[in-house]
Design a protein around this ligand. Structure first.
Ligand SMILES: [Zn+2]
Length: 273
């Protein structure tokens, strides 16, 4: 399932294909959006933003296309009118002279006037997006210790899109490991130093995953392991998907538990209570 970094990378591709070029044709699969097709033809894409797993394609005529990939949505960027071979259903196509940006399978697509974007039910609730907005460590620390969040467990906060946008299941385990936070803990149980570490780990790992195609492990270490013949699944993460394997720091066996019906991996030594 794609997390924020995967959506941001898709947004970069879509932006590169569409930005500052006139749109030749737009096609929506859904009947209720058909009237917008002619409105968008001839317009230019100004920017593509993300808000967690949502994408906002902003046009120069005060219109924004909102899309949320949910579980199955997938973007393809191709040369113009060059469709990929796939059994997925095409839901949105934006073509210019050179490129086509094609969204398959997603059902959550809307056309909004710019002033409506902030009030959109998902956008209005979702937390800061670390890859599309400038978010500082201090701002995150403040958020982590705010009344709204500080009595909830980290393991549920880190999957809550209103806390920080774009974090999904692998990032949750990886952030908690790097910050040294035991799965039972809440921000209120943590020292200031732990809160600081958690804020740093959140920013660092989301950016690393974005820059290095989903790798959250130390990048040099991952390269070394890859050169020794390890598979991507083996070298990609610190603890995620590594149940029974030794912790990369101290050799303790990595444990897997269920938290919020999702898999969570941790090292009992690095993340003691
Ligand atoms: Zn450890």
């Amino acid at each position: 399932m794609p997390e924020g970094p995967e959506i941001r990378r898709a947004a970069d591709q879509v932006e590169k294909a569409l930005k500052s070029r006139s749109v030749m044709e737009v096609k929506f699969a859904f009947e209720h959006l058909k009237d917008y097709e002619s409105m968008l033809e001839g317009a230019e894409v100004v920017r593509v933003d993300t808000k967690g797993k949502a994408m906002l394609i902003r046009f120069n005529n005060n219109v924004t296309i909102y899309s949320h990939n949910q579980l199955y949505g997938k973007w393809y960027v191709r040369n113009a009118y060059n469709y990929p071979k796939t059994n997925r259903q095409l839901r949105l196509a934006i073509h210019n002279e050179k490129k086509s940006a094609l969204l398959y399978s997603a059902s959550d697509i809307e056309v909004l006037r710019n002033e409506e974007v902030a009030h959109h039910p998902f956008i209005s609730k979702v937390g800061p997006d670390l890859l599309s907005e400038d978010v500082t460590i201090d701002e995150l620390k403040e958020r982590f210790t705010s009344k709204r969040f500080y009595r909830k467990k980290w393991s549920s906060l880190l999957l809550d899109q209103s806390f920080v946008a774009g974090i999904g299941n692998y990032l949750r385990s990886e952030i908690m490991y790097v910050a040294g936070i035991h799965p039972d803990l809440r921000p209120v149980d943590c020292t200031e130093e732990m809160i600081e570490k958690a804020a740093e780990a959140t920013i660092t790992l989301v950016e690393r995953s974005y820059k290095h195609k989903g790798i959250t492990n130390d990048v040099e270490l991952a390269k070394k392991l890859k050169s020794k013949g390890e598979t991507r699944r083996q070298y990609r993460h610190w603890v995620f998907n590594r149940e029974g394997e030794p912790c990369r720091i101290d050799g303790t066996e990595v444990k897997k538990i269920m938290a919020g019906s999702r898999r969570l991996y941790y090292c009992p030594t690095c993340q003691s209570k």
